[in-house]
Design a protein around this ligand. Structure first.
Ligand code: FES
Length: 91
């Protein structure tokens, strides 16, 4: 699959980047120096949680957030569709 266009909403700013589908959404934000929240990188702390506003993603099995199908741990999630929008500014 070719790269995915990912729009990140972080700290009230919006940035559009291209990601390879093998790169997690958190790693993509870190690579592009977007200053995403994170800590463990292992799917444990939930600091990297964000909302999928559009597009499709692939969550590694076992790391889904129960009861919140559009909420993801971005360190355990890959972009799947050609375009994805991720919002870290949860309230
Ligand atoms: S960085 Fe801890 S769950 Fe993603």
């Amino acid at each position: 699959m070719s790269s995915t266009k990912v729009i990140y909403r972080i700290n009230k700013q919006e940035n559009e980047v291209e990601l390879e589908p093998s790169v997690t959404l958190l790693d993509g934000a870190l690579i592009h120096r977007l200053d995403p929240p994170y800590s463990c990188l292992e799917g444990v702390c939930s600091r990297c949680e964000a909302k999928v506003e559009s597009g499709e993603v692939q969550v590694i099995s076992g790391y889904e957030i129960e009861g919140h199908p559009r909420r993801i741990k971005t360190c355990q999630t890959f972009p799947k569709s050609s375009s994805v929008t991720i919002n870290y500014d949860l309230d």
